[in-house]
Design a protein around this ligand. Sequence first.
Ligand code: DQA
Length: 147
Amino acid sequence: MKIAVIQGPNLNMLGIREQHIYGPMSLEQIHEQMKAGAAQNGVELEFFQSNLEGEIVDRIQECLGEVDGILINPAAYSHTSIAIKDALSAVNLPTIEVHISNIYKREEYRQKSVTAAAVTGVITGFGPFGYHMGLMALTQIISEVKA
Ligand code: DQA
C-alpha cells in the first residue's frame, strides 16, 4: 500500500515557527516517525512539501494511479484554495486532512476549511500525533476499499 503525504506552505518551518502552537518537532522529525510506523504495517510513504499552490495541485493530480490514498495538511491553503479542493475531488482517492492545531479554537478565518469538503475525514488539534492518527485511519480505509 502506497500513501502520498502532502504538506502545504510554511510546514517546512515546523520546529522554528510559532512553537507554542505547532510544537518543537521539525517536519523531517515528524516524517521520520511516520516512516517508522508505516514500515511496521507494510505501508510505503511518499513525502512532498511545497509553499506553492500550483505545485500542490500538480502533486495531487500525479497521485492518480500512483498511490492508494493521500494524507494532506494543506496548511493556510485549507482556508482559501478552491484549486486544491478541486484537485482532491478530481482524483477522488481516500484522503485524510490533518491540522496540527485545533483550527476551531483559532482565529475565525482558520475555522473554515474549504478543502475539507473534498476529503474522507479531518483530524485537527492533536499536534504531530495527528499525522499518525491520519495514517492509521487511512490504512484502515484503504484496506476496506481493497477488500
Ligand atoms: C495548520 C493550520 C493553518 O491554519 C495554518 O495556516 C497552518 C497549519 C495546522 O496544521 O494547524 O499553516 O494547517
